[in-house]
Design a protein around this ligand. Structure first.
Ligand code: AMP
Length: 603
């Protein structure tokens, strides 16, 4: 059976559903935190959705306007939204901003402000899903002179026609912040409930799912099939279409296909080498963990398509990779999993990911950029070869096929450096070698494991050096949004220049604190500590007298022009308060420089 591939994806705009129906669903979903209840509402809604609307509705329920591989973004910043709400309601910018600060949610602000505009409803014609969808889809393509005004025009056309509840969700959709708590798991379950309720004899009563014991296994099997079909297609609407036509059996025919991106397998973290062996078995394959970005490369004869980890199509940005694959891959069709790493064209030295990250988004000057920031493709897995899926093949076999398929050409396309061993010392040596080369760490992989698309299973683990925590002081903070709007939730941190005594910013931290009281420090507690120290406010950002010292964990120190220290922390995470620490004992810029050098064996 043929499924539409990404390239054929085509949305028919013959929709007639009222947007109000969708907004009411959003409201119901937002109104409950119970997953089963959400699943129920969603499934009832899907049942009543016309076939021709499914694609759009599935996207909108996920808060999207475009399918995942489409790199188009609406590109409407919150401030432009403030302006649009102000223009559409005639209420001053200042008032809108004020309410935004208090509620932390522009959707709610829009709902409020529009409900105060009494004269409206009389002459309004009801808003259709189709209209919302098509107006919003126009936004990314508006460029050049007067673009901002045009964007405002398209949005306010909708807002003026909308009822207050509709306005709320239009605004949130535009800002990619729907807040209805629907993850892929809930959507998958809702599809099972909507299309197989009778078949599985499912009953939803008083917030509980009633299902016979014998049917439970079947139900789980159906969920797994839907999930698998989704992993292969990345599109619930495609999955639904197959179900509608052929029932659950049809899903068995959804196979991995070249040119349709498949969710990537993810890796767990291991504490150390012993822990790695424990998870992936002994012997295991060990590979360098390269510091670049992940690419899934599809080759179909002479055509090559490159997808990022988020499954966005970035083929245009990397013409040289297309060339390498065409030149050095000995296969008619194939799908590879790779890490693309940048290097300095003068010295040939590999560069950290940051220095080439701009290439992913840039669509102009591509040739020039590929000369300035060349990349090497490190291939570490193969999923498909000459018309056959390899997902179920053991990793060892896949690697062998990879070796046969790719002709290595250094600085263009190579295989991930690998050893197979059950010996801890040998693994340790390989690990040290990878760090010495400036890699991020090492991967350990189970030799007999299949490729489990879209899952973070323990078929592979990463081993990375643990950095010692830093003690830093909070110098600024920012109020949160939504239910976090009364708390200061993001904290700008500084280290100290020990030669001058000045404080230098090094990053922001907003994770590691709790929403509720209990174990660990909560946002509320931190807010209580910081509020008396506020010296200046500007919008949601406040300056803080530097007194509160905290301990922060992180994965890496990077060079960064964003902060006055010249460095930034990658994945910083609050670990504890260090109130006893005086300011002159916090970590210094000199410490940071030293740590930067020794990490990954750069010394
Ligand atoms: P992390 O992003 O820390 O979860 O680490 C997993 C990522 O490491 C993968 O998504 C790849 O982008 C990257 N990576 C680098 N080298 C390898 C390798 N040899 N095998 C698998 N993944 C790798």
């Amino acid at each position: 059976m043929l499924l539409p591939t990404n390239l054929k994806y085509n949305l028919k705009l013959d929709n007639n559903m009222l947007y109000k129906k969708l907004a009411t669903l959003y409201e119901k979903l937002e109104g409950t935190s119970k997953r089963l209840e959400k699943t129920y509402y969603l499934s009832e809604f899907l049942k009543k959705t016309e076939k021709s609307d499914i694609e759009k509705i599935i996207l909108l329920i996920q808060g999207r306007l475009f399918p995942p591989w489409d790199t188009k973004e609406l590109g409407i910043a919150a401030n432009l939204m403030v302006k649009t709400i102000s223009i559409s309601t005639g209420i001053s910018l200042k008032k809108i901003k004020e309410e935004w600060k208090n509620t932390g949610d522009l959707g709610n602000v829009a709902q409020n402000k529009f409900s105060k505009k009494k004269q409206q409803s009389l002459f309004k014609k009801p808003l259709k899903v189709n209209k919302v969808f098509s107006n919003l889809r126009k936004l990314p393509d508006i460029e050049g002179k007067g673009a901002q005004d045009k964007k405002i025009q398209y949005i306010s056309e909708l807002l003026i026609q909308a009822e207050p509840l509709e306005a709320k969700y239009i605004v949130r959709t535009i800002l990619s912040d729907l807040r209805i708590g629907i993850g892929q798991g809930t959507l998958r379950d809702a599809i099972a409930w909507a299309y197989f309720k009778e078949e599985l004899n499912l009953k939803y009563k008083d917030g509980e799912l009633e299902i016979d014991k014998e049917e439970r296994e079947k139900y789980n099997d159906y969920l797994e099939k839907i999930q698998h079909a989704y992993n292969m297609t990345n599109e619930f609407s495609v999955v639904i279409k197959v179900i509608e036509k052929q029932g659950i059996k049809g899903l068995d025919d959804i196979r991995l296909r070249v040119k349709t991106p498949v969710k990537m397998m993810l890796f767990q973290k291991a504490e150390n080498i012993d822990d790695a062996f424990e998870t992936v078995g002994r012997p295991a394959a060990f590979e360098y963990k390269y510091d670049g970005f992940r690419i899934q490369a599809h080759k179909d004869d002479k055509e090559v398509i490159l997808f990022t980890r988020r499954l966005e199509d970035v083929t245009r940005q990397f013409p040289e990779i297309v060339k390498y694959i065409n030149e050095y891959v000995n296969a008619k069709s194939a799908i590879f999993d790779c890490e693309v790493v940048g290097y300095d064209p003068q010295t040939g030295n590999y560069l950290p990911f940051q220095s080439i990250s701009q290439r992913i988004k840039r669509k102009y000057d591509v040739k020039k950029l590929s000369k300035e920031y060349p990349v090497e493709v490190n291939v570490f897995d193969i999923l498909f070869l000459d018309g056959i899926s390899l997902l179920k093949e053991p990793f060892k076999k896949r690697r062998e096929l990879l070796e046969k398929t790719i002709q290595e050409k250094p600085k263009q396309i190579v295989l991930a450096k690998q050893i197979i061993t059950g010996d801890k010392d040998e693994a340790q040596e390989f690990y040290s070698e990878s760090l010495k080369r400036g890699e991020e760490g090492m991967m350990a992989k189970n030799l007999s494991a299949e490729y489990k698309a879209g899952s973070r299973v323990g078929y592979g683990v990463k081993v990375k050096p643990v950095m010692e925590p830093l003690d830093l002081v909070i110098v600024k903070a920012e109020y949160g949004e939504g239910k976090r709007s009364g708390w200061l939730t993001s904290y700008t941190l500084a280290c100290r220049d020990s030669s001058t005594g000045t404080l230098l910013e090094i990053g922001k931290v907003s994770t590691g604190l709790k929403e509720l009281k209990g174990n660990g420090v909560s946002f509320q507690q931190m807010t209580n500590l910081l509020k008396p120290l506020i010296t200046k406010s500007s919008g949601k950002i406040v300056k803080i007298k530097p007194e509160i010292v905290i301990e922060v964990n992180y994965e890496e120190i990077q060079k960064s022009p964003t902060y006055s220290s010249g460095y930034a922390l990658r994945f910083p995470r609050f670990s504890r308060l260090r109130q006893e620490k005086p300011l002159d004992e916090i970590n210094s810029l000199q410490d940071i420089k030293k740590l930067y050098k020794i990490q990954r064996g750069r010394l």
